[in-house]
Write a protein that binds this ligand. Structure first.
Ligand code: AHR
Length: 341
């Protein structure tokens, strides 16, 4: 099923010529009654997914999205690998997918750099690589077929602009504001982009002081530890920017344990990224001020890319997902009822 792919991988740039050269492997075969039925086992499209890990609520929703999309009933065999937040594990997983001769490799890369060699191996084997969620920095972008995910830098800018507006409404626009950031995994595009986005806006606010930045590895436990250490080092923190919701939950625990308060009525403004259901509960409890969305439901988006490649259709190389933000001025209870993750 895969060998047709060397050509299909180039569909991005050569869709027209490919239309003539490839038999797309179909995941469905017509039944005697004319209705489409799932293909026999041998016709399943094999997808290897090299997942980052299980570090956050967001990641759990992302894994679920892939597992519910790439099912046998839908015509797929999914080989799922949890890299436990280690790049070396993801590289091993990709090599194993190549050895297993899968039809497609999907990667949510832990960090942005260091992928060239293994992607060359996948290319050599004629297996298309689709990036999902986080981005890779590679010298040759033909090493991957397409990417779909959030615009992390924009998320950071939206967050900092929200903060400016919020402080302005509180009459604190000209006040000296002390901030700290609990960053994500250093080198992950979600960390790089969000940090950069906040810095872009920070330049326009000379009265905002970034006291410190440290990684919380996108986990609640590490978020709590980092906030504990910030609170010991700085006694006048006005804002903590957490690069995901789970870090914020840990930071909130640390703030309370230190005898301080947070949220709209508290001492410290807490903002975070992802907008998972628990973040809505935290805002409704008065702990978290705002959350900036990062949509994890990439399973169907990656499936759409695969189906287009199967049909030798052109796919957009870079696909950004629309994202919103939520704060305590909104009707959170109603919004939460509609949330899928
Ligand atoms: O890459 C997306 C980020 O990764 C999410 O913000 C975070 O929760 C996850 O670990």
């Amino acid at each position: 099923m895969k060998k047709k792919f060397l050509a299909a991988a180039m569909a991005v740039v050569m869709a027209a010529s490919l239309a003539a050269c490839g038999s797309g492997s179909s995941k469905e075969t017509p039944a005697a009654d004319g209705k489409e039925t799932p293909a026999a086992d041998g016709d399943l499209i094999t997808v290897g997914y090299a997942q980052v890990g299980a570090e956050s609520d967001w990641r759990t929703a992302n894994t679920e999205s892939f597992k519910t999309t790439f099912t046998e009933e839908n015509g797929y065999k999914l080989i799922f690998d949890d890299a436990q937040q280690k790049q070396e594990n993801q590289i091993k997983a990709i090599r194993s997918f190549v050895q297993q001769d899968v039809d497609y490799i999907v990667v949510a890369p832990v960090v942005e750099t260091g992928w060239e060699t293994v992607l060359e191996e996948a290319k050599e084997a004629g297996i298309p690589v689709i990036l999902s969620d986080r981005m890779m920095q590679v010298s040759d972008d033909s090493l991957y077929t397409a990417w779909v995910g959030g615009n992390f830098e924009k998320e950071g800018e939206t967050c900092a602009n929200w903060l400016a507006d919020y402080l302005d409404k509180q009459g604190r626009a000209d006040e000296e504001i002390n901030m700290v950031t609990i960053q994500g995994t250093i080198g992950a595009s979600a960390q790089v982009g969000r940090t950069q986005g906040v810095e872009n806006v920070l330049k326009d606010h000379p009265n905002w002081k970034m006291l410190d930045k440290q990684t919380g590895e996108f986990t609640q436990t590490k978020g709590q530890e980092v906030m504990e250490s910030f609170l010991k080092s700085y006694d006048d923190i006005d804002v903590v920017i957490c690069e995901n919701d789970n870090e914020a939950f840990g930071a909130i625990d640390a703030i309370k344990a230190a005898g301080k308060t947070c949220g709209p009525e508290g001492d410290i403004i807490v903002v975070s990224f992802d907008s998972v259901k628990a973040a809505f509960e935290s805002m409704m409890a008065g702990d978290l001020n705002a959350t900036f969305e990062c949509n994890p439901l990439h399973g169907p988006r990656v499936e759409e890319i695969i189906q287009k490649l199967e049909a030798n259709e052109e796919v957009d190389k870079i696909q950004y997902v629309d994202e919103a933000f939520f704060d305590t001025s909104m009707d959170l209870e109603s919004i939460l009822k509609e949330r899928l993750y």
